[in-house]
Design a protein around this ligand. Structure first.
Ligand code: CAA
Length: 267
């Protein structure tokens, strides 16, 4: 398929969506291709994310792969035949990968095995990155004479420093889970067998808090990465002021003072 042939139908099996309480688990599901990210999979992921975004019952989203691969990158077999006009006209990557960027609910990447190229970029586009101790991160695109094109050259230096980002991209080397944690790329590393338990526990904690407050903190932290300190502080202050209009803020403070658990209604 060329890049400008829009995917005719969404293959729902390419991503598996499961609800566990207020947590939506989205599993990338092309195991035989190491979850290589083709257009059909990214369309399906985008649709699943939009469904979660619209569902009032979803308070947090976990994106994961399998034991061997979170995702081994953009699909090289699909890209091989494309020319400039194919990717330019189809708005390759922008068209469907960027759906994740517009999601306002919290998204956790639970990464085991390979997270290479676009797989690493997908994980970095999530809000929290939890790694199994067998996780392998890398941006090996230069081996293919291409460059990271789904945010890798922008998010990696923000996450782990310019020198380390240059090292990773220019040498195409991989980083193991320990180095990724030391570098600040991931927030926690756990034994491979505990990855989903840990990710679900984090997601359930997040989903238990007030959703509008959660969305505000996500927006404010993301703003910190894109603005000056004074602009960011003003944005944060206005978000804080706005939350005084919510029922949940009153409930949270009343519950504390009445020594009981808060019951948030996400409004
Ligand atoms: N695209 C398409 N197919 C892929 C793939 C990818 N990115 N990664 C793996 N596969 C396929 C392999 O072709 C192979 O298919 P067949 O069985 O049909 O031959 C199957 O998955 C299993 O892979 P391997 O046999 O290679 O498994 P391995 O255990 O020996 O190695 C690996 C695993 C280290 C992940 C290796 O597959 C690999 O290096 N993959 C490519 C990684 C890469 O270069 N990613 C960057 C892609 S470019 C990109 O992502 C651009 C961007 O910024 C958006």
């Amino acid at each position: 398929m060329t890049a400008h042939e829009a995917t005719p139908a969404i293959d729902e099996n390419l991503v598996l969506l499961e609800m566990v309480g207020r947590v939506a688990v989205i599993r990338l599901n092309r195991p035989r291709q190491m979850n290589a990210l083709n257009d059909a999979l990214m369309d399906a992921l985008g649709l699943a994310l939009l469904a979660c975004e619209q569902d009032d019952g979803v308070g947090a989203i976990v994106i994961t792969g399998n034991d061997k691969a979170f995702a081994a990158g953009a699909d090289i077999a699909a890209m091989r035949g494309w020319d400039y006009m194919d990717v330019f006209k189809s708005n390759y990557i922008t068209r469907n990968w960027e759906t994740l960027r517009n999601v306002r609910k919290p998204v956790i990447a639970a990464v085991a095995g390979y997270a290479l190229g676009g797989g690493c970029e997908l994980a970095m586009a999530c809000d929290i990155l939890i790694a199994a101790d067998n996780a392998v991160f890398g941006l090996p695109e230069l081996k293919l004479a291409v460059i990271p094109g789904a945010g890798g050259t922008q998010r990696l230096p923000r996450a782990i420093s310019k020198a380390k980002a240059m090292d990773m991209c220019m040498t195409a080397r991989n980083m193991d889970a320990d180095e990724a944690e030391r570098s600040g790329l991931v927030s926690r590393v756990v034994a491979a067998g505990r990855l989903m338990d840990e990710a679900m526990a984090v997601a359930q904690t997040i989903a238990g808090f007030s959703l509008p407050s959660m969305m505000a903190v996500k927006e404010a932290i993301n703003r910190a990465c894109e603005s000056s300190l004074s602009e960011g502080m003003l944005f944060e202050r206005r978000q804080l002021h706005a939350l005084f209009a919510t029922e949940d803020l009153k409930e949270g403070m009343n519950a504390f003072l009445e020594r009981r658990a808060a019951v948030f209604r996400h409004r």
